[in-house]
Design a protein around this ligand. Sequence first.
Ligand code: GAL
Length: 401
Amino acid sequence: MTRRIGTALRVGMGALAALTWAAAAQAAPAAATAAPTPPMGWNSWNHFAGKIDDATVRAQADAMVASGLARAGYRYINIDDTWEGERDAQGVIHANSKFPDMKALADYVHSKGLKLGIYSSPGAKTCAGYAGSLGHEAQDARTYAEWGIDYLKYDLCSLTPSVEKAATLEQGQAIEAAAYEKMRNAIKATGRPMVYSLCQYGINQTWRWGASVGGDLWRTTGDISDRFSRMIQIGLSQAGLAKFQKPGHWNDPDMLEVGNGGMNATEYRTHMSLWAILAAPLLAGNDLTKMSPETLAILGDKGVIAIDQDPMGRQGDRLHAEGPLETWTRPLAGGAKAVGLFNLADRPAYMQVTTAELGLKGPAALHDVWADKDLGKQTTYRAIVPAHGVILLRVAAKPAA
Ligand code: GAL
């Protein structure tokens, strides 16, 4: 399932009441988070979809370490849909034949210093038609804990029609919230910390209530694909969502496509840069065992990762747009800023940004992140940005006057 309709319609309905509901949700005390910075790791879906098995997961864990990406901060190895087998007479879920021993797999991944993630649905069926957790939440959470699972992606899937059929926004939100809270409580009861990732494509403005039902992160959009137009549509649709995120509770514009072959290196740098400015989870979605040096350099860029993982944990937003020329900024710890000059046009374009636009007086020290080059102190920065490309700047904090 890649597209869901009805989101826009529902978003418009009962907006006032929803705001009240959301205000209450935001006021709820923040639970301790398993994801103090946006989670980094790998997920099987974008590249392998249904063709994922124990050996492939082990190979990805090996490659995560051997490539140096683990050292750069990537730590979750997440199995997505299609691992599920049958329930036994007691209702306990078992993995299918592709995963002969999930506990042994978790032990292996842990032995590499990494963490293992898994996937299920609050509905009866997952999106690929496998067994979901409906009616078995506590049992499944216990099974995951026994296996040694560290991360759960919980995908709305077969519950989606009932949410979309709800007569009002509040009813739709209530169905989703109840389903997600149930699993949150079940995980909590196991006593094993797990990152809890809500996947429901942003239906019913998840950003307004995701944190209150225990989400460490929540999807804000439908599925990404390995095309520039889709990636950029998803990235830009995050405008205005920064205020709903807080450290430990992240908006999730979906996993990375870097290295999957549908975009060129310039476009993948745009993808990484935008995700870093958005404080998005960085879940690589490629085959880590077959990465080109260029893909590795993009996924592993220290300066870009440092922006994504900035300790202040505040998502960035659009500063301004001029047709296809988009300027986005993100506040960083200590008063520094990240600035992305994105040229979405099909030809190179001049772009510029001034320190005044960034709320700074006079010249500031600029650093070109991808080139890893200091640009000196400047008041107006002007450069040619390649077609579909980005210049990502780190603007140093100004010393107090
Ligand atoms: C989609 C989800 C994808 C993937 C897929 C698996 O709904 O958004 O990220 O998990 O289901 O079937």
